[in-house]
Write a protein that binds this ligand. Structure first.
Ligand code: SF4
Length: 234
């Protein structure tokens, strides 16, 4: 663990998420960002940031393939909190080259094609969103998948060269739902229809009761490792 990670870890140990976020915002002025995909974990953190006026830039990756329900909650969130949410779009020339050569649904054909699409629509815009920042806040929770249980609420992301903080890492889904209800936080109604994890429309489906959190993402692939590359798994 780097000295910086160690230091921050000590400083935020035992703090509530909101206090830890306040500390990090003060420690990394204008160099801290939060990525949202408008799932309910992200909405909890958005609520914390916006209602406390924390100077943390909130951004989203607009892949061009997200659900209508996601646009709705995005809009509702901006209306309700009257704060900006910055959108990062893919490089249109890269999308055009891929779609012109392989069609609009190449991601179903192979893992390579799927990774290519995620690379163009998510990873490249993410790199732009993170550039120049020192801390990246996410809505990851430990019990979302087996891979994520090996992580920590604070970690150094070697791929993106940035400190990552997951404020509600130890929360259960019930904790998240209770918070949403208590503070009347707008949320994506797809969650009520069996979507625990909401990404791009063609790559996300509802899951059955008892299925893994990420069973509905890229369900046609090997079930063991299905992160999209945004959060590199150790
Ligand atoms: Fe493309 Fe699917 Fe990845 Fe979205 S989740 S970027 S549509 S492969």
């Amino acid at each position: 663990m780097s000295e910086l990670t160690q230091y921050i870890k000590q400083e935020i140990a035992g703090l509530e998420p909101i206090e830890a976020l306040r500390f990090l915002a003060g420690h990394f002025p204008a160099e801290i960002v939060f990525s949202t995909s408008f799932g309910w974990e992200d909405q909890v953190i958005t609520h914390m940031i916006f209602t406390n006026n924390l100077p943390i830039k909130v951004f989203t990756l607009e892949t061009g393939r997200i659900f209508p329900e996601t646009y709705y909650v995005w809009n509702r969130t901006m209306e309700m909190y009257r704060k900006p949410i910055f959108a990062y779009y893919p490089d249109h020339s890269l999308v055009e080259a891929m779609v012109n050569q392989k069609g609009p649904s190449s991601f179903y054909e192979s893992v390579e094609n799927r990774k290519e699409c995620c690379g163009i629509r998510k990873i490249e815009p993410l790199k732009r969103a993170l550039a120049g920042n020192k801390c990246w806040v996410t809505g990851i929770r430990a019990d979302q998948s087996a891979n994520r249980q090996d992580m920590d609420n604070l970690e150094w992301d070697e791929v993106n060269n940035i400190l990552k903080y997951h404020p509600i890492y130890s929360w259960t889904l019930d904790d998240v739902k209770a918070y949403i209800k208590k503070y009347n936080v707008p949320y994506n109604t797809l969650h009520d229809r069996g979507f625990p994890s909401i990404g791009c429309q063609p790559c996300t489906r509802a899951v059955q009761e008892g299925e893994d959190f990420r069973a509905g993402r890229w369900w046609w692939e090997d079930q063991s490792k299905k992160e999209c590359g945004l959060h590199a798994v150790k």
